[in-house]
Ligand binder design. Sequence first.
Ligand code: C5P
Length: 408
Amino acid sequence: MLAGKRIVLGVTGGIAAYKAVEVSRRLVDAGAHVVPVMTAGAEHFIGRTTLSALASEPVQTSLWDEASPIPHTLLGQTADLIVVAPATARLLAAYAAGLSTDLLTNVLLATRAPVVVCPAMHTEMWEHPAVQANVATLRSRGVHIVEPEEGRLAGGDVGAGRLAAPERIVAAIEAVLSAGDDLAGLHVVVSAGGTREPIDAVRVIANRSSGKQGYAVAAEAAARGARVTLVSTVDLPVPGGVVVRTVETAAQMQAALTELAPSADVIVMAAAVADFRPVVVAAGKLKKDQGIPQIVLEPTPDILAGLGASKPAGQVLVGFAAETSDLLANAESKLQRKNLDLIVANDVAAPGVGFQHDTNAVTLVQRGGEVDTIALTDKRSIARAILTIVVGIRAASTIPNSKRSLTK
Ligand code: C5P
């Protein structure tokens, strides 16, 4: 799996930089081509000769003094994967902020390859809210973080912040490369965010959905090679390679999805669509001196049920179920009612789960009754689990004459 892969190994200035030599050696032994990049800080900890000797080519350190006039774009574009080990607090901050201060940060910003970052620092630094916020930002963008371990740190301290062992780093690289392009050639359509149903020219009926889970699914699908269209009601950073259609109301979302559905191999309906909307939208702004308005509501179209009713053969349809009670029973009945292949149920009353949080905990129920539970984790990891099941459903449905291929 590592054989023939071109891996940029970024090394920053931490005491654990010496372990990068071992990571490099293991990668080279497994057949990878290791391109070493060191920061100026790293050179205080290990000599570039050491790493040059054990990697596949000489160490590069600067944007300016190498043979190529644009080393960062070349390294970024040709890499199959970039790993930074160890990653200092400075590197995490610069990468999260998009600040290109040296060759390594330039390469990280100039790549679409998967990135594995292995932080290492003192416990106080690792636990600092600024560092944790940067880690969360990077995670939300699909960067794989190999968490540091607890143990002895420089200066004799003991605590969290020690660079992960080289074998763990290499295993993480293998796992990322093996996830690979399992959605290549597929069109994945994702909806995200809460709809807003107008009451008058300025007021809307809205809900608390942030759209973060849908964006994480879109980012993950794109990273796994899919062509991704995101139908969104919110304004979040657009993941690389994703095309966004902005909508506001349930009716607009339905129009966009009805148009996109026939060409979709997978539809993930993560949006929180309003169930009701005002029957009449007042022209202009309702005035206080006109008295208290009576707002009469009517149901919105159930977009997902409509997609389920006209689902083409082979398409995988995924719905969400935000529940506050009877999670599994409600999810299962929704799955049947809307003719879904998979439903992602979350208990939105639980702490850290669902709307607006960066984390989620879900129960994934498949059509055949198979149930997977994912404990509280970041939304990108939830996205990864959802799409892995989608890939499994597609694989099962392409077996000729299988039971699944006959069920609609
Ligand atoms: O029935 P319920 O609204 O709880 O189902 C949730 C699922 O149905 C979500 O995937 C949501 O996006 C979708 N939905 C929809 N149209 C609606 C209401 C919900 O597509 N009007």
